[in-house]
Design a protein around this ligand. Structure first.
Ligand code: SF4
Ligand code: SF4
Length: 144
């Protein structure tokens, strides 16, 4: 059940970021674009219910110094629809399938997923080809 008084005890966590769905990555190029996002400050990428999102930590311009909304009567619909039931106050209740906070973390995930290097020039150092007894060539992924 919503607790309207919860906001009085909160530092307006929900007014300090935006999150937008992005195309779920499939190719090396897709993952490398996401790696680029994560090279910037205040960016995270997460996966929830199989949908990928970019999270951008940026304070709303209408958030006042007392953590109240400075445009309450004309606030956007997305703010009106948000309540305390499962809001950022509860933090740990989020059920991310994946949360990436660094480009390197994303790169490791993508390379394991795709079975090939994400970064040109990294092939020789990070990956070795192994030939098994049946003659097939396999890529040996680096072990974390
Ligand atoms: S809705 Fe939740 S996160 Fe947002 S101000 Fe209220 S308690 Fe804080
Ligand atoms: S408009 Fe108001 S409720 Fe919406 S994010 Fe900004 S400060 Fe928060």
């Amino acid at each position: 059940m919503s607790d309207p008084n919860l906001c009085d005890r909160c530092a307006a966590l929900c007014c300090r970021y935006i999150a937008l769905p992005i195309d779920n990555p499939k190719t090396v190029k897709d993952y490398d674009h996401i790696r680029w996002y994560l090279m910037h400050e205040n960016i995270v990428v997460f996966v929830e219910k199989r949908q990928w999102y970019i999270g951008i930590f940026t304070r709303c311009k209408h958030l006042m110094s007392d953590n109240r909304c400075g445009t309450y009567l004309t606030r956007p619909r997305i703010c009106r629809g948000y309540d305390t039931d499962n809001c950022d106050w509860h933090g740990g209740d989020y059920d991310y399938e994946h949360l990436f906070t660094s480009a390197e973390q994303l790169r490791e995930y993508a390379e394991k997923k795709l079975g090939r290097p994400l970064v040109a020039g990294a092939t020789k150092k990070r990956f070795r080809k192994k030939r098994s007894k049946d003659g097939r060539v396999r890529l040996a992924l680096p072990v974390a």
